[in-house]
Each structure stands twice: as structure tokens, then as C-alpha cells.
Design a protein. Structure first.
Ligand code: BGC
Length: 739
């Protein structure tokens, strides 16, 4: 955004200071030069040890490799995950990926990545296992969508790149995961995902392009099969797509126990096996290690392939400068994780709070009932208002939904150093205001109604949780069984609202829930979507509820009127053929003429924004890319082709931030393309009366489709439609351009 007046806030300056500290230290060429020199010094055993994990729980981290003696290179420490550092404390717990996505804020996403990996580095982690960008999230109930940023590939792609650049700027190798088509938890270790080539490129591979282009050091291949072959021994997706079409120079590591062979996996592009030993077949069996050495001796795997694995792994280590005094591992995952250093800082807490705050999405605000003033009495209702009475970390890997929900469950979680519950923060905020706070901190509907009846206003907290399939929570095997709020949240809200007390609903959820029952209650005057906000949950909520900040988050997915409206759900079949193709989330709603409840990109503010003066200045040659493959794909794929811009003014009475969005409709020469696709966004902070210019910088990819015949990205000729607005359906300006 180019503001017409400068209005950078103190927090923006702070975030930029954190995010811009340390740039990545080397280029791939420099890193490869060093790696190649090292390779010559290594013995065969050392090489095999560098690509093989030391077995589960064989070292302090969730993944560890053998250290060679011939070069100063360590036993690599690989540790989850995408929102913090798992099994270690103290650490800062940041909001989940889906909340980072809901901010649509490039600087914040980068700062979150930089801060979390600064802690990882201090703890001696070499490879931090995140960000997540597959599951992309085609299935609204899928268990791990919240680890990633959005089910829109463009938003997910931008966020993935920012996260990776932030993380690697702190000297830690990022790991984009899970590659690829890992869209559900049910049968995740057996299912075969079959997506057509165009869908693969335009949806699921799209954010991985951004990851590779952002110089991601490593990519984790997933548990599932792709077109019938395991993702970790699949020549098509590893050698052809990732290392071929995308020009990936880092290394592919297996998800934990996702390797199924010695020779196949080596020859099809796997570069590191994790955790080294297999959990199942039979337990303790090792595919690489001595077996890989034997396969090279008998000629089934070429020596060059092992050398390539090692070179990629070494180069990635040099790329982020881990040869320059990277700290030793300072915690042990298997003994409680107490770290010998404390890398948390107040600034990291501020970033966690800023992401949580900026990801809050205001869905409903009848008659400007929010922000709240200082009511004479306020009822706080629901078990989600308080911390789990047994402690915020009472359940392993957050595998329960008790107390306020601030992370999902599974390997992508971490131990809260503290968790600010909504009730605590509200009490703190209203201390001295004379407000009578009446609480009912269970999900019991009659008790909630009693509290509400005694108050001027009620806030009801409801949840919906999900996670990774190795833990089942309240009958949800990772994926959600339904999109309703848990713990009879609908009945709780109904009981409260039917007391005639004006009711605000706060939702902590992993993804969409169906809100129709709640919206049918006329006394529900506000709905505040807070997602999975991490340790600063209550503070961030209070910042918005009481008007210190205007809400600015926008939905990174669609909220439908029913689960059926999405057209996708998880399956118990042996394969998922991805019959919906390109039409997921808003692409499907738009194509099928289904009205969502709250559309993709939607979010209210305490102020209003006026859009004007659309300007389009683009030129591109139609046809396929012609450039050679560089890191991230054909060299001309990301070539700038011009800009689209629009004026945005704060036309209301309070400062606020707007996320202006650009959607593009393709000409019919690109057959069967979704009616509108996100291809740009720009976030503004504007004071009342202030204007800024939203500038959407487009690249060739943004107006291309994947031509399966040509096997290239192609810019179609014809008239493209331009839609600029405040959401995918609140379009304020339209135009077109012809290629
Ligand atoms: C998950 C990965 C995780 C790994 C190591 C697997 O179960 O799918 O995302 O990084 O475990 O904990």
C-alpha cells in the first residue's frame, strides 16, 4: 500500500525491525560450492548417516541425523512445528497458520516467522517443520487445515513465502509441508489422492511454487499416495514436478514413517528419511542406513544419487548460515523439554498478540453494538472463556478441547508458557470500571441463561476443534465429524439469547462452523471470529472488543450455510479422485451459484472504506512461458506484468485497516476456469479521512492457467475481468483488460 500520508504505527516499526534483522546469508550457488567441497571429504558411511534419521526418540529432537566426523557438521535437529517449537519450554506460542492467513498482513506473517525461528535457533533447532501449505484445505472439516494459511492458493502462497523468508532470515531451515494432496486425516497413511494435472498446478502445487521461490531449504513429502504411488517414492511429484518444473534445490525429507522402500524412494527423489526407523512394518525396520549402502553397492541406487542427497542437505545448511556458530541443541523433547536457554522476548509476545488481534474477524455487528463501552453488567459464558482448570498444557499435544481453545491438536502444537484467557483479560480491562461481571464458565445452557438474564450484555464463547489423526478427541479422529460448534454451542447461544439479553458470540475455531442456528436468534447482535489465537488470546480479543483497535481480519475461507454447500468432505474410501477439480471453497460457491453465509475475504470493521479510481496498467505476451527453469519455476513465470491500483479512503470515524482484494476472471480461451480468483491484496491502516492507493503487482503466473497439452503455464488471449473490493463478493470496482 502506498499511503498518501504516512501513518506507520509504533508496532509496525517494531515488527519491521524484527523481521528485517538478518537476511539469508548465502545464495544457492555459494551454498552448493561449499557443499560440493565438503562432499569430497566424506566417507560413504558418513554420507548414509547424514540422510538417515537416528530413529524415533534416538536424539533430543523429533528428528535427528548422524553427525559425520570428517567435516564440522552436526547431528541435524529437526523439530516441529508451524506455530512454535514443540516439546520445548519456554517458547512463545504464536497464533496458528490460519490466523496468520486471516491477517492478510505480509509484514506480520514474516515477523511471526522470524520471531518463532529466532527462538528455534536459540534452542539449537536446525530445521523447523513448517510452514504448512498442504493440506491446502479443500475439505472444510479436514483436521489439519488450521496449520496452513488459507485454502486459496494465492493467499496461501504469499503467506508461505513470507513465513519461510522470515524463518530463514533467523538462521533456521524452514520445511514446507506436506507434499502433496494430503487433504484429510482419515486413512492418511493409506489413501491415494488423484488430482488432474491442471488442478494439481493451479491449486495444490501453487503455494509450493512460492515456497521454492522463497528458497525453502526443505520440503516434507506426505503420508498419502499420489496417483497410487507413495508421496515419498513418487517420481512424478518429486523428480518431475518439484525438482524439475519448480527447480527445487533443497532436500525432500519424509514425513515420520512415510517412507516405504529403500531403492524406490532413493531413485524417485527422497533425500532424507525421518525418523529413520519405521514404526510399523515391522517396527524398527530401517529402509536406509545400511540398506541404502547395500543398494548402492549392488547397483540398484547410483552413487550419484546419494551424493546428490548429501549435497542438497549440506547446501541447505550453508544457505541459512548454520556453519556460522549455530547453537547446540538446548532441550530434550523426551524429558519435559525444559530448555537451558530462554529465547522468549517481550517483542515476540507483542508479535503473537498483534497477529492474534489482526486475525480477529468481525462477522456481525448489529447497530454498531461493538466496540463495547463499560457496561454496568456483563455476563461471560462458556468453558471457552477460561483456561482448562487442569492447566493450559494438560493434554499431550493439546489433544483435548477443555478450556479456551487457542491451538488445534497434534504435532503442530507447542507448550503454552502462559495462556491469557478471555475472562482474565476482560476482568483486567474492566478493573476499576465498576462493571459487574457475572460468569458461567461451563457450557451448561440453563446456567448460561441464568448468568445472561442478570446482565446488560452477554458474551458467549463457543469452539470447534480438530487436529492430527493420531489423537481422537471427543470422537473426532483428527477431521471434524461436523461443522457445528462443539459442546452444544448452538444450544448454549440459544439459551442465552432467548433471555432477551443482547448477545455477542465469540468463536474459537479451527475453520468454518455453520452459524445458521445462532443467526436465527435476533438477540445475537455480534459475532467475533477469533480462530486459534495462541498465548495472547484474551489480550488480543480485548484489544478489539473494547475498541482499542478496529478489527481488520478477513476470512481465509468461506463460511457456508450448510456443510453440504461446500461440495467436499472427507472420505473413508481408498482413494479420493478430487472430482471437484479447481472448484473448491469460493470457486465452487461462485461457480454453482450458492450463496455463502460469509464469503471468502469477508470481515467488518468499526469504520468504513470507500473505493475509487481503478487503474489498470498491464501488458503481457499471450502464450506459454519460454524461460529456462530457475528456483521457483520457469524464469518468466514470475515476471512482473504491471499493476492494478485503486484508491481506498477511510470514510468512517475511527482509524482502521482495510484489506483491499483483487480478483481476476479469465477469458473463455482458458476453459473451465473459476469465475473469480484472488490475485492480489493490499492492507492499509488509515485514519478517518485518509486515503491510500492499493497497488496490486501482478506477475505472469497471476493471469496464466496450466495447459496440460503444452505442459506449460499459458497466458490466454482475450478479455480478463478485474474485480477490486472488500471481499470476494463485496466488489466495489470493476474493469477489464485485453491480452
Ligand atoms: C506429522 C508431521 C510432523 C511429524 C514429526 C507427523 O506425524 O504429519 O507434520 O512434522 O509427525 O512430528
Amino acid at each position: 500500500m502506498r499511503s498518501l500520508f504516512t501513518s506507520a504505527t509504533a508496532s509496525t516499526v517494531l515488527l519491521l525491525a524484527v523481521s528485517l534483522a538478518n537476511a539469508q546469508v548465502r545464495t544457492w550457488d555459494e551454498a552448493y560450492e561449499r557443499a560440493t567441497a565438503d562432499l569430497a571429504l566424506l566417507t560413504q558411511d558418513e554420507k548414509v548417516g547424514m540422510v538417515t534419521g537416528v530413529t524415533w526418540e534416538g536424539g533430543p529432537c523429533v528428528g535427528n541425523t548422524y553427525a559425520p566426523e570428517s567435516i564440522p557438521y552436526p547431528s541435524l535437529c529437526l523439530q516441529d512445528g508451524p506455530l512454535s517449537i514443540r516439546f520445548a519450554n519456554p517458547v512463545t506460542v504464536f497464533p496458528a497458520g490460519i490466523n496468520a492467513g486471516a491477517t492478510w498482513d505480509r509484514d506480520l506473517i514474516r515477523a511471526r516467522g522470524a520471531a518463532m525461528s529466532a527462538e528455534a535457533k536459540a534452542l539449537g533447532v536446525n530445521v523447523q517443520l513448517g510452514p504448512g501449505c498442504g493440506a491446502l484445505g479443500k475439505i472444510p472439516s479436514a483436521g489439519r487445515n488450521w496449520e496452513g494459511f488459507s485454502n486459496d492458493p494465492y493467499l496461501a502462497g504469499v503467506a508461505t513465502a513470507e513465513a519461510i523468508e522470515g524463518m530463514q532470515s533467523s538462521g533456521v531451515q524452514a520445511c514446507a509441508k506436506h507434499y502433496i494432496l494430503n487433504e484429510q486425516e482419515h486413512n492418511r497413511e493409506t489413501i491415494s489422492s488423484v488430482a488432474d494435472d491442471r488442478t494439481m498446478h493451479e491449486l495444490y502445487l501453487w503455494p509450493f511454487y512460492n515456497a521454492v521461490r522463497a528458497n525453502v531449504a526443505s520440503i516434507m513429502c506426505s503420508y498419502n499416495k499420489v496417483n497410487g504411488s507413495w508421496a515419498c517414492e513418487n517420481d512424478g511429484i518429486l523428480n518431475d514436478l518439484l525438482k524439475g518444473q519448480l527447480g527445487f534445490k533443497g532436500y525432500v525429507l519424509s514425513d515420520w514413517n512415510a517412507q516405504h522402500s529403500t531403492v524406490e524412494s532413493a531413485n524417485t527423489g527422497l533425500d532424507m528419511t525421518m525418523p529413520g526407523s519405521d514404526f510399523n512394518s515391522p517396527p524398527g525396520s530401517i529402509y536406509w542406513g545400511d540398506n541404502l549402502a547395500a543398494a548402492i553397492t549392488n547397483g540398484s541406487v547410483a552413487q550419484e544419487r546419494l551424493d546428490d542427497m548429501v549435497t542438497r542437505i549440506l547446501a541447505s545448511w550453508y544457505l541459512v548460515g548454520q556453519d556460522q556458530g549455530h547453537p547446540p541443541v538446548a532441550f530434550n523433547s523426551w524429558n519435559g523439554g525444559a530448555a537451558s536457554v530462554n529465547a522468549t522476548t517481550p517483542a515476540h509476545g507483542d508479535i503473537s498478540r498483534a497477529v492474534a488481534r489482526d486475525s480477529i474477524i468481525l462477522l456481525k455487528n448489529t447497530n454498531h453494538s461493538l466496540p463495547l463501552g463499560e457496561p454496568a453488567s456483563l455476563a461471560i459464558i462458556g468453558s471457552d472463556a477460561i483456561v482448562n482448570p487442569d492447566g493450559a498444557n494438560a493434554c499431550v499435544d493439546r489433544g483435548c478441547n477443555v478450556g479456551t481453545l487457542a491451538q488445534g491438536w497434534g504435532s503442530g502444537t507447542a507448550e503454552f508458557p502462559y495462556l491469557v484467557a478471555p475472562l482474565d483479560a476482560i476482568e483486567e480491562k474492566l478493573a476499576g470500571a465498576g462493571t459487574n461481571i457475572i460468569t458461567s464458565t461451563t457450557d451448561d445452557a440453563p446456567a448460561g441463561a441464568e448468568a445472561a438474564a442478570a446482565a446488560e450484555t452477554a458474551i458467549v464463547f463457543i469452539t470447534s476443534d480438530s487436529g492430527e489423526g493420531y489423537i481422537t478427541v471427543e470422537d473426532h479422529v483428527g477431521d471434524r465429524n461436523h461443522l457445528d460448534p462443539w459442546h452444544n454451542g448452538n444450544a448454549l447461544v440459544q439459551a442465552v439469547a432467548q433471555t432477551n439479553t443482547p448477545t455477542i458470540v465469540v468463536v474459537h475455531s479451527v475453520g468454518p462452523i455453520i452459524l445458521e442456528t445462532i443467526l436465527a436468534e435476533p438477540n445475537v447482535i455480534g459475532i467475533v471470529w477469533a480462530g486459534l489465537p495462541g498465548q495472547e488470546s484474551g489480550h488480543a480479543l480485548v484489544d478489539v472488543l473494547f475498541g482499542e483497535f478496529s478489527p481488520s481480519g478477513k476470512l481465509p475461507y468461506t463460511i457456508g450455510k450448510s456443510e453440504e454447500d461446500y461440495g467436499t468432505t472427507w472420505t473413508t474410501e481408498l482413494s479420493d479422485t478430487f472430482p471437484e477439480g479447481l472448484f473448491i471453497d469460493y470457486r465452487y460457491f461462485d461457480q454453482s451459484g450458492i450463496a455463502p453465509r460469509y464469503e471468502f475475504g469477508f470481515g467488518l470493521s468499526y469504520t468504513t472504506f470507500n473505493y475509487s479510481i481503478l487503474a489498470i496498467s498491464l501488458s503481457a505476451t499471450p502464450g506459454p512461458t519460454t524461460g529456462e527453469i530457475v528456483v521457483g519455476g520457469a524464469s518468466d513465470l514470475f515476471e512482473p506484468i504491471g499493476t492494478i491500483s485503486a484508491y481506498v479512503a477511510n470514510s468512517g470515524n475511527v482509524p482502521g485497516a482495510e484489506i483491499a482484494q483483487l480478483y481476476i476472471g479469465y477469458p473463455e480461451t482458458a476453459p473451465s476456469t473459476p469465475p473469480k480468483q484472488l490475485r492480489g491484496f493490499d492492507k492499509f491502516s488509515l485514519v478517518p479521512g485518509e486515503s491510500g492507493i492499493a497497488i496490486f503487482e501482478l506477475t505472469r503466473r497471476d493471469i496464466s492457467y496450466w495447459d496440460v497439452e503444452a505442459q506449460k503455464w499459458v497466458v490466454p488471449s482475450g478479455a480478463f475481468q478485474v474485480y477490486v473490493g472488500s471481499s470476494s463478493r463485496d466488489i466495489r470496482l470493476t474493469g477489464s483488460f485485453v491480452i
